[in-house]
Ligand binder design. Structure first.
Ligand SMILES: [Zn+2]
Length: 261
């Protein structure tokens, strides 16, 4: 099969490699689509992934080979590549570590993943794709589920005012989920014009460019953006509103905020 292999120093090469074959209790998947996760982007940007890695965990596809003893799938079943329930004792570090910061810590992937034509998974790992969901849509399941969990854990209720910092892929999902969950108004704070435009298209009620909030020519855009972030919790407290940062690293967030992890 063909695979995009990370070579280190922000380089990928597309190479022919042997097809991964399923062992007992595993399935081989013909990949239809593979999303590019922020985790993979960070691994690439900060060169934190070992050379030789085949990344990509946001996939959809079709079961192509069953390993010995597999009972829950048949050849041709359409799947989303993840979200299945871990058997007891097999929880991933993402569930057990208090905080996993891929940007600083990097990550290793023991087996080839989705930037390839085929992917082998444990049979418990994938979920079935419903008939009314296309393979292209199904590849967005992981980031959509991530965003859904973020909005749920924020404790947002219908009628609430919501502020979303950052209109990247996850922020844009959170915007749509907050709107669909009955947010009264969603403010999106985003300095990049192309992302701000996407937020407007997806229903943001107001878009705020943080670099214009506290104009100070002696500060960099980054420093200004940080100042505006830190100023939000005390501001909200003044109006007796809650601030619940979601998906924010420690360096960006005041320790006085309740934290969603
Ligand atoms: Zn992901």
């Amino acid at each position: 099969m063909k695979a995009a292999i990370y070579q280190g120093n922000q380089r990928f090469s597309v190479e022919e490699v042997p097809d991964p074959l399923p062992g007992p209790g595993q399935v081989q998947i013909d990949i239809s689509y593979a999303g590019v996760c922020g985790t993979d982007v960070h691994g690439f940007q900060h060169d934190k992934v070992p050379p030789g890695t085949i990344m990509g965990h946001e996939i959809s596809g079709v079961i192509s080979i069953l390993g010995d003893g597999v009972t829950r799938w048949k050849k041709g079943d359409r799947i989303v590549g993840g979200g299945g329930t871990h058997p007891k004792g097999m929880l991933s570090p993402a569930f057990t570590m208090p905080r996993l910061d891929f940007r600083k810590d990097g990550f290793t992937i023991p087996q080839p993943q989705g930037y390839a034509e085929k992917y082998v998974m444990e049979e418990w790992a994938p979920l079935p794709t419903p008939d009314n969901v296309t393979d292209l849509e199904a590849a967005l399941c992981e980031p959509a589920a991530n965003s859904m969990r973020t909005v749920r854990r924020s404790g947002m209720k219908p009628g609430d005012f919501v502020a979303i910092y950052g209109a990247g892929p996850i922020g844009l999902f959170c915007l749509q989920i907050a709107k669909a969950s009955g947010a009264r108004k969603v403010f999106v704070v985003e300095p990049t014009p192309i992302r701000a435009k996407a937020a407007a298209k997806l229903g943001a009620d107001e878009i705020i460019d943080p670099t214009t909030l506290y104009r100070d020519s002696t500060r960099s855009r980054e420093a200004t953006a940080r100042t505006s972030f830190w100023s939000v919790p005390p501001l909200l407290r003044r109006f007796n509103r809650r601030c619940i940062p979601c998906g924010v690293t420690d360096e960006w967030c005041s320790s006085r905020c309740p934290r969603i992890r």
